[in-house]
Design a protein around this ligand. Structure first.
Ligand code: 13P
Ligand code: SF4
Length: 310
């Protein structure tokens, strides 16, 4: 079967199995093409609430499928590749944060959505890269513990100098890989290009940016800009998507190593096999199963994110 035939079969199976497909924009082009919703972590969380289909296949990483399950608990939610996890989401756990809370009970715990459901149960509000600044500013407290990404946390802290924001040492290993020297080399090679960067990058890299934003923030900025050349400081699939969407503009990866191997685990056959499993065939699949108590406790800070970020 070639890619086009596989996509056609997936589209038919989506209908016959009453399934919606959500894809994070770090997914491969051929997966985004068959998805019903494509976007950054915030957009997909909001989308997950509104889905009418009985089944959801999430093409992304585990915490995202878990979030979709919490927002649509009555639905069957599947992760298209069971091995796709976010290393950042595993860096801190419930016990570690509960211990800090016990020592500093007056700090509001703001958790990047890239955390496990278990950890979310001891946090006050979630944020994503596109909603973090708005939500932190909207909180009626000045004492915050921001976890787990200290790079995103630093970016927020600089813009909220009046708030006391405590950070811990965590972050995205993919974005943290980019160095300021790589950015300077890319700027030298493409002197007319704007540098658009994700706030998961280190402060030294973010300081060199013309624009800082989430994955969809970067895409929207590049599409609307009158400029024609851009160096992209986030996962390299965004370079590819932008080059499809804006063929008259030029997009350059800041580094060829800016690849999230977890996001890249999902393949079109994974999606097809999950749909076949939903339709009753004997195929391997990964359904997200969570008990009601965990959903009720962990969901509170996601609801709070949508309330404050909307
Ligand atoms: P956003 O989807 O918020 O841009 O975050 C990027 C990311 O690394 C998701 O894991
Ligand atoms: Fe996690 Fe970073 Fe990959 Fe996003 S890009 S899934 S934060 S490792």
């Amino acid at each position: 079967m070639n890619v086009r035939e596989l996509q056609d079969n997936i589209i038919k199976l989506k209908k016959s199995t009453n399934t919606a497909i959500l894809a994070h924009c770090y997914q491969a082009r051929e997966i985004c093409e068959i998805a019903d919703f494509v976007g950054d972590s915030y957009k997909l969380s909001v989308d997950a609430k509104s889905i009418s289909e009985e089944n959801i296949i999430f093409c992304g990483v585990h915490f995202m499928a878990e979030t979709a399950k919490m927002l649509s608990p009555q639905k069957h939610v599947y992760l298209s590749n069971k091995h796709a996890g976010c290393p950042m989401a595993e860096q801190m756990d419930k016990e570690m944060i509960s211990a800090i809370r016990a020592q500093e009970p007056d700090r509001t715990v703001v958790a990047y959505i890239n955390t496990t459901a278990a950890l979310k149960t001891v946090c006050d509000v979630c944020v994503t890269s596109s909603s973090a600044l708005k939500i932190v500013k909207a909180l009626n407290t000045d004492k915050i513990l921001f976890i787990p990404d200290c790079n995103l946390g630093n970016y927020i802290k600089k813009q909220c100098p009046d708030k006391d924001i405590k950070l811990l040492q965590g972050g995205c290993p993919t974005h943290a890989r980019i160095t300021a020297n790589e950015v300077l080399a890319a700027k030298k090679e493409h002197p007319d290009a704007l540098f658009l960067v994700h706030p998961e990058c280190t402060p030294k890299v973010v300081d060199l940016a013309d624009y800082v934003g989430s994955t969809t923030g970067i895409m929207d900025y590049a599409k609307k800009s009158e400029k024609t050349e851009f160096i992209i400081g986030t996962e390299n699939s965004i370079v590819e998507h932008l080059q499809y969407d804006c063929p008259e503009k030029r997009f350059y990866p800041v580094s060829r190593d800016l690849v999230c191997h977890n996001m890249k685990l999902t393949t079109l056959p994974d999606v097809y096999n999950t749909l076949l499993a939903i339709s009753g065939e004997n195929r391997e699949y990964c359904e997200i199963l969570m008990d009601d108590e965990l959903i009720a406790q962990a969901r509170k800070c996601i609801d709070e994110m949508i309330r404050l970020g909307g």
